[in-house]
Ligand binder design. Structure first.
Ligand code: PEP
Length: 248
């Protein structure tokens, strides 16, 4: 099955109304590469102005709560970010797992809630450096997938992102063989969980992707795109990644 490549940005706790102009050139690059999908997850306060500014670009949230409403001070529901203009959300990002102590079970609940509200989902998994050093990377990722992927997941709304935690924001990446090995294992695990639908689910690689390494990473088997943090903050750095994916 052919899976369209997806290049997704994650601005994290960066950006302001003054930097939204970066999305203009990103949206133009997305339109110039119609064979791929481009998306940018941004702080919740920017979703509405960004969606109005670049209506052709998929703008998303970086997280949602698993509940539809209630006493959860400071949190946002999937319906709230959708109302603001989000078309998708990231869930289970490793920074939320480390900073907010979120679990794979939490990510499962968030993915299910987002899907119920009509959002697409990018669900993150990935091992720590200690887990990789101990030879446990594959088992850790398999367990995360097993606990967090909803059993009705399919490629129409669900994307998995493999992001080794030690590669995020560090400038370090696994070898291509290491990335390929985890992506193959992730695909096999998805097949066990959702059957034939696994063939349509995109698996992104994330962790220090740049314009310089994107083409080689995107050419690895079972790598269906990339999730990009630091290099998504400016069009100057993000557009070359879009172009690398578009040229494949
Ligand atoms: C991320 O936070 O999802 C990420 C991949 O960050 P970076 O590209 O900066 O490593």
């Amino acid at each position: 099955m052919t899976r369209r490549k997806l290049v997704a940005g994650n601005w994290k706790m960066n950006g302001s109304r003054a930097t939204l102009h970066e999305l203009d050139a990103i949206a133009r690059a997305a339109a110039a590469n119609p064979g791929i999908d481009v998306a940018v997850a941004i702080p919740a306060t920017l979703i509405e102005p960004a969606s109005a500014r670049v209506p052709g670009l998929a703008i998303g949230a970086e997280d949602v709560h698993a509940n539809a409403s209630g006493a959860h001070t400071g949190c946002l529901s999937a319906a709230m970010v959708r109302e603001a203009g989000a078309r998708f959300t990231i869930v289970g990002h490793s920074e939320r797992r480390s900073d907010q102590h979120e679990t794979s079970q939490d990510a499962w609940g968030k993915a299910a809630a987002a899907h119920k509200e009509g959002l697409s989902v990018i669900l993150c998994c990935g091992e720590t450096e200690a887990e990789r050093d101990a030879g446990r990377a594959e088992r850790v990722v398999q367990a995360q997938i097993e606990k967090s992927v909803p059993d009705n997941a399919d490629g129409a709304w669900f994307t998995l992102a493999y992001e080794p935690r030690w590669a995020i924001g560090t400038g370090r990446t696994p070898t291509h063989d290491e990335i390929g090995a985890i992506h193959a294992i992730a695909r096999a695990k998805l097949r066990m969980l959702v059957g034939d639908a696994a063939a349509g689910i995109r698996i992104l690689y994330g962790g220090s992707v740049t314009g310089a390494n994107a083409a080689a990473i995107l050419a690895i088997d079972n790598v269906d795109g990339a999730l990009i943090g630091g290099a998504s903050l400016t069009a100057e750095k993000f557009v070359p990644i879009i172009e690398a994916a578009g040229a494949m």
